[in-house]
Design a protein around this ligand. Structure first.
Ligand SMILES: CC(C)(COP(=O)(O)OP(=O)(O)OC[C@H]1O[C@@H](n2cnc3c(N)ncnc32)[C@H](O)[C@@H]1OP(=O)(O)O)[C@@H](O)C(=O)NCCC(=O)NCCS
Length: 178
């Protein structure tokens, strides 16, 4: 079981990544081309890429009251994926989620995003936002199930490096917390 649990749900335990997690993150999801298809970061080519993510995460946690979180199965202790808050200021935050392929379709992302909403509310965040590619139905369904509102389309807003070098249209979603 992971130590220093930061928050939890019925089936998931969340904690901040540490350097010893890099190989598991790499093997479970960060190096999987299907998992990373709609991510805003390149599919990891080596564990060094994952170590760079952990270093980024540690810097976020030093600076802000929250940052990236790993999601573990409460039942088995297995690493299932990641969620977290990207603090843009002390009262505005963005969020996201990524799960290993064998964890898809079981409601984990919806459970994880619900936990991020609760965490953001505890931290007095007033606006929690998230973006996804306009083709990514599974992701925007998760946001809608968690009470996020589609605020609009941002045309050619973001490069998805595993899809194309061309900026793509994204849906901008957000949820007000107070
Ligand atoms: C997107 C992702 C997080 C969804 O995780 P999940 O745990 O399977 O999500 P949930 O089970 O909570 O809910 C998924 C919803 O999308 C739907 N869905 C799942 N796969 C789908 C697909 N291929 N096409 C359309 N809808 C899909 C599900 O039916 C469900 O909606 P419903 O309740 O209306 O039926 C997961 O597929 C993933 O990690 N993908 C790779 C990383 C990623 O793209 N992250 C988001 C970046 S914005």
């Amino acid at each position: 079981m992971p130590s220093e649990v930061f928050c939890e749900t019925a089936r998931l335990l969340f904690r901040a990544p540490v350097p010893a997690d890099a190989r598991a993150i790499f093997e479970r999801y960060a190096a999987d081309p299907e998992v990373t298809r709609y991510m805003s970061w390149p599919c990891h080519a080596s564990v060094a890429d994952t170590e760079a993510f952990v270093a980024f995460s540690e810097a976020e946690w030093r600076r802000w009251p929250a940052g990236p979180l790993l999601a573990f199965s409460r039942e088995t202790g297995q690493l299932l994926g990641s969620a977290g808050l990207v603090m843009e200021s002390l009262d505005r935050s963005a969020t996201g989620y990524v799960f290993a392929r064998d964890a898809w379709g079981q409601g984990y992302a919806t459970e994880a995003l619900g936990a991020m909403v609760d965490l953001a509310a505890e931290l007095n965040v007033v606006r929690l936002s998230a973006m996804c590619h306009t083709d990514h139905r599974a992701s925007y369904r998760v946001m809608e199930k968690c009470g996020f509102t589609r605020e609009g389309v941002l045309p050619r807003h973001l490069v998805f490096p595993n899809l194309s070098p061309e900026p793509q249209d994204v849906f901008s979603y957000a949820r007000s917390l107070v």
